[in-house]
Design a protein around this ligand. Structure first.
Ligand code: T46
Length: 143
């Protein structure tokens, strides 16, 4: 699973630079439009993932694009474009996954110290979510 190619539509790896400073740490940068393939309008983060059985996500977005980084610890991300499914491992702070439109996604198997950082192309709009899997399949089928 580690470093595997992503074969699901509307998803890809996003790798940020790593600027090491020896024992003083490492710095990674995400510049809007340049490193991230859209203008960043919102940043949110998910933490306190103390339930190892938690499953988050379970939805798709109509128009929203996002990049998901696990900046501490690790988790798995399930990707489903309606035809192909794949699970990828996020365990490097500088390597994120791009979640494009119309992509059913889940986040699970969180390590206890996991922190997810998400960069999004738009403000929060509940109307952009498709939270029912059958509706997601119907939405794709109607296109
Ligand atoms: C996504 C994955 C990767 C807000 O009020 N504003 C926000 O910007 C966000 C992101 C969420 N919320 C509210 C909506 C819900 O009442 O926070 C609550 C939890 O959101 P949700 O259940 O959608 O959380 P996740 O972790 O399942 O999904 C989140 C994002 O919502 C979603 O866009 O793609 O992370």
């Amino acid at each position: 699973m580690k470093n595997e190619e992503i074969n699901v539509k509307n998803a890809k790896w996003i790798e940020l630079c790593r600027i090491p400073d020896g024992i003083d740490g490492t710095l990674s940068v995400a510049e809007s439009v340049k490193d991230i393939p859209f203008e960043i309008k919102r940043v949110y983060y998910i933490y306190g993932l103390n339930n190892p059985h938690a499953v988050r996500g379970k939805h798709a977005h109509r128009k929203l694009e996002q990049v998901l980084f696990c900046i501490n610890g690790s988790c798995k991300v399930g990707l489903d474009d309606g035809e192909n499914r794949q699970t990828v491992l996020l365990d490097q702070p500088n390597k994120g996954v791009y979640l494009g439109i119309e992509l059913w996604h889940t986040m699970h198997e969180f390590s206890e110290n996991c922190i997810l950082l998400v960069l999004a192309s738009d403000l929060y709009k509940e109307s952009d979510y498709i939270r029912d899997y059958d509706e997601f399949k119907g939405y794709l089928g109607d296109k």
